[in-house]
Design a protein around this ligand. Structure first.
Ligand code: TGC
Ligand code: FAD
Length: 393
């Protein structure tokens, strides 16, 4: 259970006034689910480096998989702010929970919905929305992380099917996945997406062990050794790196909201603890140094909330640019990891214990600051946007 009532959420600038009743209802229902389903299990799962059994089906039941996917394909047809609020509440529980939902929604359902055929949408989206099917997204390779355009995984036309070869690394839910949306080069060297199904001969998903971060999430590889992929599993509507990068826009947006949840969990825990813990005969909350920390946490959380809410409005109007999303992802992950680290100090020795969430959030955020584009890469995206000069290569 959480150390403080989850009903407590900082809303310093009364941003709830900008939300609809539907937004608040969705947020509350996900928050209640996190309190009852995630909080009692998450520390044990993270300590034991194991996932939470049945998680995806539970996420499906609460509508957290593909919230903005149209209802006819099993989604909830919600707006982008609802999606963000769901991510925020899930990551308040743990980044692994948000990761599971955001990979399934933004990196698997999104490309099938945007770039898939009608048959692919009907076949895969409803099962992904219910959590009966688990998806993974394969872009990163052992030799190409920040620079996915140099990927080596390729496929060739082999008559009535494609032949896929290569390997993807660091893939969330690889060991559990029923399907993977895999980005590979065609014979012209152009990137295209393929839906690879578990059971295809030559397709294996070895698990990556011994992570110190995202321990309640399974990570692994996708290995393709002459895998025969039926031609109907090629995503027909996109060619080029903009395919996978469009998916990342959606996932990065979700992360921008999600990490506010992790920061809020740390802030609320530290605030409550600082009022209860006494040293030198007084609550530690009465010392100016601790107040400085708490005041700065709240300031940064409030700025991050404003950033996300406006970005959500722009996304609803199809006006959000990839560079704006990069700015939000970069800023919000950084403030969240700083808050996790600093708030741990407010708890002194107790801050290292599993009863409190700071170490778990801080360790998780070490992955979040790296995946979906590293902190440095997002800075360079902003740098390119403001100068017009590409500093990548
Ligand atoms: P560049 O030449 O700039 O662009 C190639 C084509 O893509 C277009 N484009 C975009 N389209 C949509 N959205 C975006 N964000 C886009 N960025 C670029 C661009 O217009 C161009 O289109 P066209 O039509 O002219 O061909 O590409 P580049 O090779 O120089 O790379 C640019 C760079 C570095 C920004 C990009 O590759 C990048 O973002 N690198 C970071 C890689 C990354 O984020 N990987 C994430 C892997 S998935 C993951 O981490 C999941 S974690 C999941 C979890 O557990 O939550
Ligand atoms: P590298 O690209 O090798 O970067 C190493 C360092 O060099 C970084 O600090 C980077 O910022 C810096 N750097 C690189 N290029 C430049 C440059 N031009 N200028 C300045 N600095 C630079 N990927 C998927 O496809 N699907 C997933 O589901 C997925 N899940 C993940 C889950 C976890 C837990 C983790 C840790 C990663 C996951 N990833 C996934 C991979 C993730 O997206 C990559 O780790 C990330 O993009 C960085 O790639 P890299 O690890 O190869 O680092």
């Amino acid at each position: 259970m959480s150390y403080y009532p989850l009903t407590t959420i900082p809303d310093y600038l009364l941003m709830d006034e900008l939300l609809t009743d539907e937004h608040k209802l969705i947020r509350q229902s996900v928050r209640d689910w996190v309190e009852s389903f995630v909080m009692p299990k998450i520390d044990e799962a993270a300590q034991n480096h194991t996932d939470i059994p049945g998680l995806m089906k539970e996420l499906g039941k609460i509508g957290a998989l593909g919230p903005y996917i149209p209802v006819e394909y099993g989604g909830s047809g919600l707006d982008q702010i609802s999606y963000g609020l769901i991510m925020q509440e899930l990551e308040r529980g743990d980044s692994a929970i948000r990761s599971a939902a955001s990979v399934q929604s933004s990196l698997v359902m999104f490309p099938i919905n945007e770039f898939g055929s009608e048959e692919q949408k009907m076949k895969f989206l409803p099962k992904l929305a219910s959590g009966d099917m688990i998806g993974a997204f394969g872009l990163t390779e052992p030799n190409h992380g920040s620079d996915p355009g140099s990927m080596e995984t390729y496929f060739k036309d082999n008559g009535d099917h494609y032949l896929l070869n290569g390997a993807k690394m660091w893939i969330t839910n690889a060991p559990l996945c029923d399907i993977a949306v895999v980005w590979a080069k065609n014979e012209e060297g152009k990137v295209q997406g393929l839906i690879v199904e578990r059971g295809f001969e030559g397709f294996t998903t070895p698990e990556t062990h011994n992570k110190w971060s995202l321990r309640a999430s399974k990570t692994g590889e996708l290995v393709f050794n002459d895998v025969k992929v039926p031609k109907e599993n090629l995503l027909p509507k996109v060619t080029g790196l903009k395919g996978p990068l469009s998916c990342l826009n959606s996932a990065r947006y979700g992360i921008s909201w999600g990490v506010i949840g992790a920061a809020v969990d740390c802030y609320c825990t530290a605030l409550q603890y600082s009022k209860e813990r006494k040293q030198f005969g007084k609550p530690i909350a009465s010392f100016q140094l601790q107040q400085k920390k708490l005041a700065e946490f709240l300031t940064e959380i409030t700025k991050a909330q404003l950033l996300c809410l406006q970005l959500g409005k722009l996304k609803n109007d199809h006006k959000a640019t990839p560079a704006q999303i990069s700015m939000a992802k970069r800023n919000n992950v950084k403030i969240a990891i700083d808050i996790a680290r600093e708030s741990r100090q407010i708890l002194g020795g107790m801050g290292i214990m599993g009863e409190f969430p700071m170490m778990r959030h801080a360790a998780n955020l070490e992955s979040v600051i790296t995946y979906e584009g590293t902190h440095d890469i997002h800075l360079l995206i902003t740098g390119m946007d403001v100068t017009g000069i590409n500093a990548f290569g």
